[in-house]
Design a protein around this ligand. Structure first.
Ligand code: ZN
Ligand code: ZN
Length: 87
């Protein structure tokens, strides 16, 4: 888990911070992506925290928009870090 100095969650791919963008309503909001598909777990195996990536809704959707799904490092390679897009 990545908590910034305000205790907010940031997207692991682009750094998007829902509470910075949406204030109180976005506080604590983030999407969880299973880097290890649940279907690949063997019986009784639990999802470990290192198998979860915390992503903003955009990055999460970009991983799943087409198969094969991107890995987190693949996504990081194509994403423009939040704040560097010239907005
Ligand atoms: Zn993101
Ligand atoms: Zn996912």
């Amino acid at each position: 888990m990545i908590l910034n100095e305000h205790g907010a969650l940031r997207c692991e791919a682009c750094g998007f911070d829902f509470s910075a963008r949406y204030g109180e309503r976005g506080h604590g909001f983030i999407e969880c992506h299973h880097t290890k598909p649940v279907s690949s777990l063997s019986a009784g195996e639990r999802t470990k925290s290192q198998d979860l990536a915390l992503l903003c809704a955009n990055c999460h959707r970009m991983i799943h928009v087409a198969r094969p799904w991107l890995s987190l490092s693949d996504l990081r390679a194509i994403v423009t870090p939040f704040g560097n897009a010239g907005a």
